[in-house]
Ligand binder design. Structure first.
Ligand code: SAH
Ligand code: SF4
Ligand code: F3S
Length: 445
């Protein structure tokens, strides 16, 4: 028996910003198929769980979420598992959770409409191919995006094979999207109202491509081209690998006005033996040298990083080296995680796995230090005047939230200003996670 064609959909994304971007593109594609977005999963005919495989907990969450999609009356929506868990677990997913109808990997989601048809006919609907031809060409244009800030994937995949990480397996080999495809997508986003674009890639600063004149370019060349687009006011990019911070990209931080003074540059550990075991191919010193260069051209740059505590073999001295690099850098914000062994990665079978209690205690010390630095960075903004781009409504009536160039959230009373406005504010007070500001004046458009 053929199942009813889904009329409404809900896409739920987990994990990194790339997954958020993919989720938006899947929503656009389902809309282009004539379906409408449901408020949440309870009233959707099809639910897409766009999953993350990076740590064990993220995977467990997928299976508990699948279970929760069963409704009180015994029915359930059509369920598609997309993203990195789909890629990593494939056919194992419907074996473990029989209610799953569709499994679709991150490089195959342009085939979702076809897979829905298969599932309606009761056929197995699984696609975890990594086709040579890019999915991007098969997706609808970005005309539906109507937000002041937008993500734009320019690079995908990773060839670095850090020993703890699943991304090279779930996202595949490094690919860069072509110059024209990126510029066209940026223009469509700007036409839709975006004044800030964040360029995305698992190693975004490894992007390479030819410009229309046939010259080989790196990410800095692309950023300089985007800088000339009317209507675009802010450019960001994430995530970068320390070894791909070229001199050209560093120089762009000094002279491209629209490039925001913020750099997310994960280091993972401050200990060279651990970095070596992680196959990070940079040292603590080479990382600090990159940051020195960036600060040399852009002294006010806000720095962010990722840290893993409790990698196999991490001694107290190794951990102390990580604490020391944090003290040296002074981060504006950061993400930190307990090491999570991932099946199939080299680190999962390394000797000297660290007990959970030791990891917990180290993570707490590390986060205390990072939180102190973030609070200090925010407090240093008090009394300053800066521009913010209003992105969303705040929790209180009449309140809006915008971001500073340094990616801090600022709460303001709207006072006639609207989402999408770029406005000048005085920073009045600072908390650990956000700032309070007062609007100075509306910037002329
Ligand atoms: N490509 C980026 C981000 C990769 S995933 C980079 O190279 O920095 C985001 C973060 O998750 C990583 O930076 C790392 O800190 C963390 N991570 C990845 N695998 C992990 C694991 N097995 N256990 C704990 N944290 C992990
Ligand atoms: Fe994972 Fe390392 Fe690649 Fe980042 S560089 S995605 S941490 S393998
Ligand atoms: Fe997670 Fe895949 Fe992103 S594993 S962090 S969703 S690339």
């Amino acid at each position: 028996m053929t199942r009813k064609k889904p009329q409404t959909f809900h896409v739920k994304s987990f994990g990194c910003q790339m997954n958020v971007y993919d989720g938006e593109r899947m929503s656009e594609m389902l809309s282009a198929e004539g379906m409408t977005a449901a408020q949440d999963s309870t009233d959707a005919d099809i639910v897409v769980l766009n999953t993350c495989h990076i740590r064990e907990k993220a995977v467990d969450k997928v299976y508990s979420d699948i279970g929760r999609l069963r409704r009180d009356d015994g029915t359930r929506p059509m369920i598609a598992v997309a993203g990195c868990v789909a890629q990593a677990e494939g056919a194992e997913i419907p074996r473990r959770a029989r209610e799953v109808d569709i499994v679709v990997g991150p490089q195959a989601y342009h085939r979702l409409p076809f897979l829905i048809e298969k599932a309606r006919n009761g056929e197995a609907a699984l696609d975890t191919d990594m086709p040579a031809a890019s999915k991007f060409g098969a997706l609808p244009s970005r005309a539906m995006q109507k937000r002041p800030t937008a993500f734009l994937t320019v690079q995908e995949g990773c060839d670095k094979f850090c020993t703890y990480c699943v991304v090279p397996y779930t996202r595949g080999a490094e690919i860069s999207r072509p110059w024209n495809a990126i510029i066209d997508e940026a223009k469509a986003l700007i036409d839709g109202g975006a004044c800030e674009i964040t360029l995305l890639g698992q190693n975004v600063n490894a992007w390479t491509g030819d410009d229309p004149a046939g010259r080989a370019q790196g990410l800095d060349g692309l950023i300089r081209a985007l800088d000339t687009l009317p209507g675009l006011e802010r450019i960001r990019y994430t995530t970068s690998h320390p070894n791909d911070m070229t001199d050209g990209l560093i120089a762009a931080h000094g002279d491209v006005e629209k490039l925001m003074p913020f750099l997310h540059l994960p280091v993972q550990s401050g200990s060279d033996p651990i970095l070596k075991a992680m196959n990070r191919s940079h040292s603590a010193k080479s990382y600090l040298e990159v940051l020195d260069k960036v600060r040399g051209v852009r002294p006010d740059i806000a720095l962010s990083g990722d840290f893993i505590v409790g990698f196999p073999g991490e001694s107290e001295a190794d951990f102390e080296a990580t604490m020391q690099i944090i003290r040296d850098v002074h981060y504006a914000q950061a993400y930190s995680f307990k090491y999570s062994p991932r099946p199939g990665t080299p680190a999962a079978t390394m000797a000297d796995q660290i007990p959970a209690s030791v990891m917990d205690e180290r993570l707490q010390r590390l986060q205390t230090l990072l939180n102190e630095q973030q609070y200090a960075f925010n407090q240093a903004s008090v009394g300053k005047q800066t521009s913010i781009l209003l992105e969303r409504a705040g929790r209180r009536p009449g309140q809006l939230v915008g971001k500073t160039p340094w990616l801090q959230s600022v709460h303001v009373q709207a006072d006639g200003a609207q989402i999408g406005d770029m406005i000048a504010v005085d920073i009045i007070s600072a908390g650990p996670n956000s700032l309070h500001g007062e609007i100075v004046k509306r910037k002329a458009a």
